[in-house]
Design a protein around this ligand. Structure first.
Ligand SMILES: [Zn+2]
Length: 323
């Protein structure tokens, strides 16, 4: 079962106050409801648990006669579609919730979202009916609620804006989306609509993912630094060995000579450790300065001997040289 399906299943078991049940039912009717030929109101969903929820909320809050129909979808995945059908009392049911046939897929009736608890319940109903959320382990964080009309999407967006979810709207094919992209805001939304188990799972995965990213960043950073340190040390050793071979270390000024000898003896240590081994106190930048001097001397030797930077000879010997 997908994370979204598990989240919805959890939501269908929530026990709440009558005012909130009505708000949730209003959202379910607005999202799942359509007026069919012959003036019947069909509430359709592919989710059996949500169909049961719609049925029980209608039983509790209306006296309408209900029919339940199961159809196999003709196209694509051939999922079951569960329909809760209201025939004669459809107008009474709608009016009791502040809706009409014309406003069914439009604005949210103010009476449904008068209280904060009911606002949350309305969002819960909307999410159950037409929402989706990516598994927190997937590549991107995404939670959405789709709407039939732009007006309806705007109404849901306005409701979400009251809780600062940073939600946005977009048109997709024949529907309109309200979506949230920030992991932190998705967690808040799940909490607000009462999906606490889903929230905990989402947070667990998000924390582990965050830590994994942080560790990777640190490792990459340290590896890069280590490579730089090693490359610098290798270069220093090459310089010193070249000077030793071509001129002898005794030709160096005493301050440079002591660094050169210490580096030859300890090729693997860091600059800071090298500085500490010197007989006199030398700062890291002071040591760097001396190493640069050694580099300049080595460069001059390379130029004089015609050695390129990587140690190979730059000018080849001609045949006559060899004879
Ligand atoms: Zn309420």
């Amino acid at each position: 079962m997908s994370f979204a399906a598990r989240t919805k299943k959890e939501l269908t078991h929530i026990v709440t106050k009558p005012c909130c049940e009505r708000a949730e039912l209003t959202a379910l009717i607005q999202q799942c409801g359509a007026i069919r030929e012959g003036a019947i109101l069909d509430l359709s969903t592919e989710n059996a648990a949500i169909a049961r929820r719609i049925y029980s909320l209608l039983k509790t809050h209306t006296s309408a006669a209900l029919e339940v129909i199961v159809q196999k979808k003709m196209r694509l995945k051939k999922n079951n579609v569960y329909i809760v059908r209201i025939r004669r009392e459809r107008i009474a049911v709608l009016n009791a919730l502040g809706l009409t046939e014309d406003t069914l897929q439009s604005a949210i009736p103010p009476s449904a979202i008068a209280r904060d608890c009911c606002k949350r319940s309305y969002l819960r109903g909307a999410f159950m009916a037409s929402g989706s959320v990516n598994d927190p382990d997937s590549n991107s964080y995404h939670l959405e609620v789709s709407a039939h009309t732009e007006r309806q999407a705007q109404a849901i967006l306005d409701l979400m804006s009251g809780y600062h979810f940073h939600a946005k709207t977009a048109a997709r094919k024949k529907e309109f989306l309200v979506y949230i992209k920030e992991g932190e805001k998705i967690v808040e939304f799940l909490g607000l609509i009462g999906a606490h188990q889903a929230l905990l799972h989402f947070e667990d995965v998000r924390v582990v993912k965050g830590m994994r990213n942080q560790v990777n960043r640190l490792v990459n950073c340290e590896t890069a630094n280590l490579n730089k340190t090693i490359m610098a040390a290798v270069r220093q050793l090459e310089n010193i060995r070249l000077i030793e071979e071509e001129r002898g270390l005794h030709t160096l000024a005493p301050k440079l000579r002591v660094v050169a000898e210490m580096r030859l003896r300890h090729p693997e240590i860091t600059l800071l450790e090298l500085a500490e081994l010197l007989p006199e106190r030398v700062s890291k930048s002071g040591l760097n300065h001396r190493l640069r001097k050694l580099d300049e001397i080595a460069q001059r030797i390379r130029a004089e001997c015609g050695i390129s930077d990587d140690g190979s000879f730059t000018h080849s010997h001609t045949v006559s040289d060899l004879v």
